[in-house]
Design a protein around this ligand. Structure first.
Ligand SMILES: *[C@@H]1O[C@H](CO)[C@@H](O)[C@H](O)[C@H]1NC(C)=O
Ligand SMILES: *[C@@H]1O[C@H](CO)[C@@H](O)[C@H](O)[C@H]1NC(C)=O
Length: 246
């Protein structure tokens, strides 16, 4: 079972690196990214962000707009309204203390008050979402992409990732014409294998665009992410590592 991946890397569409990878299993690993910025506590750390959902039809007529109504609800000790919502739900976000939130939920016209939560995107559920399964469907039906070479034009590749482990893969087929090309910081002999079967940087040296990296090594992460999604080896998910996937 082996599919093969080829990647082209780019920087502002000017740097191109060709990377070619071969795989036993489509596998998806989380990309560690910066966590989403949180609101700084204000006016004090006992304040948290709450979403106040309202029944907009219950707005008392003395308020000309929903904004006036919402402003009237916010305790003067509290911070300003952070956002107002008027499409999917009606309401607003505001920083409140526990007690203020409880009192807010009793205000006529307020249907619900709940704490804001930060959600992180994760790729670990993509196979389930797409209906992919080891034992039936598209994956086993295609022998996990056996023999397919995938070429990607992207920001390059970080070859040491577990996704590009070639354990169990035979050599790339003899008709393969691509190359893994040595470059500064990229020893093709060491870094390419039967999974990553080709890598090449196509650089237009325009210093003003800072696009003069002659190596297919990926310093942005996008190409690595795309390559491992398309033809990465199966990598066990480390749940503790999922905390700040963004
Ligand atoms: C590649 O995968 C095999 C099988 O899971 C494992 O034994 C090996 O240590 C891995 N190699 C690297 C360099 O991580
Ligand atoms: C790449 O690594 C191999 C094995 O360590 C070494 O023999 C070779 O000289 C290196 N190539 C370059 C261009 O540094």
């Amino acid at each position: 079972m082996a599919s093969t991946l080829s990647i082209l890397s780019f920087c502002s569409l000017l740097v191109l690196a060709l990377v070619l990878v071969q795989s036993t299993h489509s596998a998806i690993i989380p990309e560690p990214k910066n966590s989403i910025a949180k609101h700084t506590p204000h006016p004090s750390s006992s304040h948290l962000t709450y979403i106040v959902q309202t029944n907009h039809l219950a707005k008392p007529s003395k308020f000309t707009t929903l904004d006036h109504w919402y402003t009237s609800m916010v305790p003067t000790t509290s911070s300003r309204i952070l956002y107002t919502y008027g499409t999917v739900i009606h309401g607003f976000a505001v920083r409140l203390t526990d007690g203020e939130a409880r009192r807010m939920s009793a205000v006529p016209g307020v249907t619900r008050v709940y704490k804001d939560r930060v959600y992180h995107t994760q790729t670990t559920r993509s196979p389930w979402f797409m209906g992919l399964h080891d034992d039936f469907g598209a994956w086993p039906d295609t022998d996990f992409g056996d023999g397919i070479i995938i070429g990607i034009v992207d920001t390059g590749i970080w070859p040491k990732r577990a996704s590009f482990n070639d354990t169990g893969l035979g050599p790339v087929r003899a008709t393969w014409r691509g190359k893994c090309v040595d470059a500064e910081g990229f020893n093709a002999t060491l870094l390419c294998n039967n999974k990553l079967v080709g890598a090449k940087s196509f650089t237009v040296n325009l210093p003003v665009l800072e696009c003069d990296d002659p190596s297919p090594r990926d310093h942005m992460g996008h190409g690595t992410h795309v390559a491992s999604t398309a033809a990465g080896a199966e990598v066990p998910v480390k749940l503790h590592a999922l905390g700040c996937v963004g």
